[in-house]
Write a protein that binds this ligand. Sequence first.
Ligand code: AMP
Length: 249
Amino acid sequence: MPSQAKPNRAAWLEGSSNVCAPQPGPTHPWRLILLGAPGVGKGTQADLLSQRLGACHLSTGDVLRNAGQSVSEPTPAMTAARDCMQRGALVPDHTVWEIVRERSACIRCRGGFILDGFPRTRLQAELLNQLIADEGISLDAVVNYEMPIAKIVERLSGRRICKACKAVYHVTRQPSKTDGVCDTCGENLFHREDDRPEAVTVRMETYERSTAPLIEFYRDFGLLLPVAAAGSPEEICARTMEALQNRKS
Ligand code: AMP
């Protein structure tokens, strides 16, 4: 599994009328879903896996945040979605599905995909199954990152993110050299609204109720690949690559 150029995700982030660069080459298109509680590190792993496998990192959270920051007048659906996100609640299935359906070219893409944060409910998983079947493609695996909830809550509450380059820090475990300032680009760090303690509690309850049942859902399809989420991002990624390799052979 050689290292590949990371695609820029233009079609996913800006809408499928945009063209991504670089265009995918003729390698095996990996099609993965990453599951795991919020804060377990799915986004970081999706980025690392994207660099190694060449498949695009597709995060519905990124699309929703991008739309929330757009300069144009937000639609009522986007205003409602923003409110859900700030509270740590799930955005309604029909809004999320509209976003994914509009970007079905990314699901079809011959570069493959790494879905992060989607599906999050049984209905979303069923709709995705249908889309995948209609496109005549199949999933390689559903990676489930495992970590005790108490550890995740501690991670999320201390997480700080760079506004500009999106580098991730932690106030005690991985602090920036200057408090509140990114080591890499010098921009200010921020605390995501949904990483505040009230929202974290809601997100964990929502995860247990709506998303954790997807573990059984995908186990029943024979696709589940459990991976321990302890250690450094590189260690977790190496563990994931090994599990994928073992599954393939
Ligand atoms: P994430 O970046 O994946 O943690 O997502 C941030 C927030 O966006 C979540 O807490 C939800 O409010 C919303 N969101 C992202 N993806 C979904 C989804 N598949 N279904 C419902 N809400 C979502």
